[in-house]
Write a protein that binds this ligand. Structure first.
Ligand code: GDP
Ligand code: MG
Length: 499
């Protein structure tokens, strides 16, 4: 499809802003993606001075032009807007209804003309004031002889006269007399050959001017020195706000307006990033996996997701006021961290229950394998190694950024786990002790049998008789060795007695 200038009426002759049209233009031309790489050019000037004709030649737009035979009448109602064709950067052309239009003057008001001119100055990087030579320093249109004189006048003189005119108007209007027009604008005066009498030269000259709009924003370009460029994504909102402020006849406080636009746009972008993060595929997959168990490299994966959306925010808010941009970023980060926290908490719980399970298994093994003096020490070291494993797991689960809430969350779970392990440890130790006593008793019993069997070499039957002996029963409360020795002695006695 051929490139389209997407021309539309931005503001109607009644001063109503076409919000839908503006949205549509922004969308179809992908304006928002241009960031600071775009320029706005507006043309103002008397009615039927050839503004639309000039814009169409400069930008290959299709603004409505008056048919030469129809006579002079209102040609362009309100403000029209289109995209320059074949020009990089993206250049927005605005065709502003003629000032001092006869029809509006008849209505007894020039308000709209003033408003639209002010709008053009506020929104555009370049404002073309289009006028006929004979109008310079004059209120009324010139007759042919006068035109002839004008053409014969050297351009330098025309420029000087026009410059004087402009400076006079500026001097009368400027609020702070110390500031000159040049502090705010680069003023350039360009004369074009006659549109009717020198059509070819006119076209050539306009074409030369068209070339100046290519790369206009690069250093050395037509507006290469412009300052405080606002991102393209805020353009529609700025249009809305500037027009609203002008219509309400308030002070056109552009810095305050930029703050407002920045606040709104950064907020919009942040919201969009947050909702995209919540629907991020990798993020959803992590959540799904978390339902059944821990996710490996959880922290790294989560950090990547968070960083991705934050850097998208950084890119898209580039150019908006730094302070607002930073504040909103911080809020976005907090909101994003809050949104993903439950997953982190679930991850910690997984780590905790895995640690507990693994500790219990280890304990069971210990009970069967590590009987003896080192049992308690071994249980303790098991606890320590489980806590170390848990700590490693936490490191793997933690995001790069240290967030106090997350650190506290981890500490809490760690504390709970530590407590659970301590309880398990002491239960196990107690159990072991109790069991130890039981075993001791059994050993005592078995120990007698064996000792007697070995030392005395008596028959099992004899030994059994011995166990039921009242002496053995009395010895139960004694230490193993003492009892055994005693019993062995008893056994000997028996042996002796038998022998
Ligand atoms: N003499 C002369 N006529 C022009 C020039 N540019 C445009 N025109 C004619 O003036 C009429 C008004 O032009 P238009 O572009 O519609 O003026 P606008 O109302 O300022 O947008 C049309 O008939 C154009 O053909 C010019 O530079 N010189
Ligand atoms: Mg026009």
């Amino acid at each position: 499809m051929a490139e389209d200038c997407c021309g539309f009426q931005l503001i109607s002759g009644d001063g109503v802003l076409n919000v839908k049209g503006l949205e549509n233009f922004t969308r179809t031309t992908n304006l928002a993606q241009r960031r600071p790489s775009y320029a706005v050019v507006a043309v103002i000037g008397p009615q039927s001075s050839g503004k639309s004709t000039l814009l169409n030649k400069l930008f290959r737009t299709d603004f409505w032009m008056m048919d030469a035979h129809e006579g002079r009448r209102q040609t362009t109602q309100g403000i029209w807007m289109g995209k320059g064709i074949g020009i990089e950067p993206f250049t927005i052309a605005m065709d502003v209804e003629g000032s001092d239009s006869g029809e509006r003057a008849q209505e007894g008001t020039t308000t709209f003309e003033k408003q639209s001119a002010l709008f053009a100055l506020a929104i555009a990087d370049i404002v073309i004031i289009n006028m006929w030579c004979q109008d310079i320093g004059r209120e009324h249109a010139a007759s042919r002889p006068l035109l002839k004189t004008v053409f014969e006048t050297p351009l330098e003189r025309l420029q000087r006269d026009l410059r004087q005119d402009i400076d006079k108007i500026w001097a009368a209007a400027a609020k702070r007399k110390a500031q000159t027009l040049g502090d705010f604008f680069n003023v350039e005066i360009i004369a074009l050959p006659h549109y009717v009498h020198e059509k070819e030269r006119f076209n050539e000259q306009v074409d030369l001017q068209r070339q100046r709009f290519i790369d206009s924003i690069s250093p050395g370009g037509l507006v290469g020195d412009r300052k405080d460029v606002q991102p393209a994504s805020g353009f529609p909102l700025r249009v809305e706000q500037i027009w609203k402020t002008i219509k309400e006849n308030k002070d056109l406080d552009l810095p305050a307006l930029e703050v407002m636009v920045a606040t709104f746009r950064c907020g919009q972008i942040a919201k969009e990033k947050l909702s995209r993060l919540k629907l991020d595929e990798t993020w959803l997959a992590i959540n799904e996996d978390l339902k059944s168990g821990p996710v490996s490299e959880f922290g790294k994966k989560l950090s990547n997701i968070l960083e991705n959306y934050l850097s998208q925010y950084d890119m898209e808010t580039m150019g908006y006021e730094e302070r607002i941009r930073k504040d909103r970023r911080q809020r976005l980060e907090t909101e994003a961290l809050e949104a993903v926290y439950p997953a982190y908490a679930a991850m910690l719980q997984h780590l905790r229950s895995i640690a507990l399970k693994s500790f219990k298994t280890k304990l069971e093994k210990t009970v069967t394998e590590k009987r003896g003096d080192g049992f308690k020490a071994f249980v303790d070291s098991c606890g320590r190694s489980i806590m170390l494993e848990f700590k490693k797991g936490c490191e793997d689960a933690t995001i790069k950024k240290r967030v106090s809430g997350w650190v506290a969350g981890e500490a809490n779970v760690k504390e709970t786990l530590q407590l659970e392990i301590e309880n398990l440890k002491s239960d196990k130790k107690a159990e072991y002790e109790a069991e130890g006593k039981k075993i001791k008793n059994e050993k005592i019993k078995k120990g007698v049998t064996t000792s007697v069997g070995v030392v005395a070499g008596v028959t099992v039957g004899a030994a059994l008789t011995l166990v039921s002996d009242p002496v053995t029963a009395a010895a139960t409360g004694l230490g193993v060795s003492a009892a055994t020795i005693q019993l062995i002695d008893v056994g000997r006695d028996i042996v002796r007695r038998r022998s």
